[in-house]
Design a binder for this molecule. Sequence first.
Ligand code: NAP
Length: 252
Amino acid sequence: MSETPRVAIVTGAARGIGAATARRLAAEGHSVAVIDLKEADAQNTVDQISADGGTAVALGADVSDTDQVTAAVDQVAERLGPPTILVNNAGVIRDNLLFKMTEDDWDTVMGVHLRGSFLMSRAAQAHMTSAGWGRIVCLSSSSAQGNRGQANYSAAKAGLQGFTKTLSIELGKFGVTANAVAPGFIVTDMTKATAARIGMDFEEFKKATADSIPVRRPGKPEDIAATIAFLTSEEAGFVSGQVIYVAGGPLD
Ligand code: NAP
């Protein structure tokens, strides 16, 4: 089924899962606002989308900052039209065992994942409810079920599941769905950083992790982008308030 062209926002889309998602949504025919902390980094993804024949703009914004979020969403509406697809993907890790975790480690992770998804969703929903159509996808994680060294991150990712379910309840009557995608191990700079933190070579880390995954391979950013493409599609209109684990095996 071919998609009605929409305006999509993907946060944290300079690299990793966000970049793959922005490219995939552009390939579906949507105009994509690529948001990341630095506009120059976001521009790399925009250049790839343009080379593929798609339409995209780069915007620099910190999703945890109210004024920057408001300005970015206004800019998207002005330059591309009202955004009706939002992917809350921007993320950071500040891993540490609880006894070593600082307040800053905690606040930074909550700020980007939870406050960032809240601010972006609040700003974008105005356009979606006016249009009577919208799709919101939040990036949760298999770490929502608990993960050593990630008290902050697992709390934020579990929090995003409750946040997403509530959005689905509040916004459903306006034609807006909200779902969470919870990836398992995906090969990106974020998992590279995790390997470095535990002092493991990344290739060995990938192999060791793959051995514990039923499909026997680590995930790729494109695996997550494909799931998000479905959840933001026309035909996914009756799927809302769900958490979909994309982890190469069963998690719930
Ligand atoms: P990544 O490669 O580290 O990319 C994250 C992007 O978010 C970076 O470009 C980063 O910019 C940007 N970002 C960070 N803070 C931001 C802020 N305040 N405002 C705007 N952008 C910001 O991460 P990834 O692995 O692709 O992960 C993407 C999402 O999936 C995250 O929410 C992550 O928690 C989730 N996830 C990933 C995995 C995995 O295995 N990789 C598994 C489960 C869930 P800078 O580079 O400038 O910091």
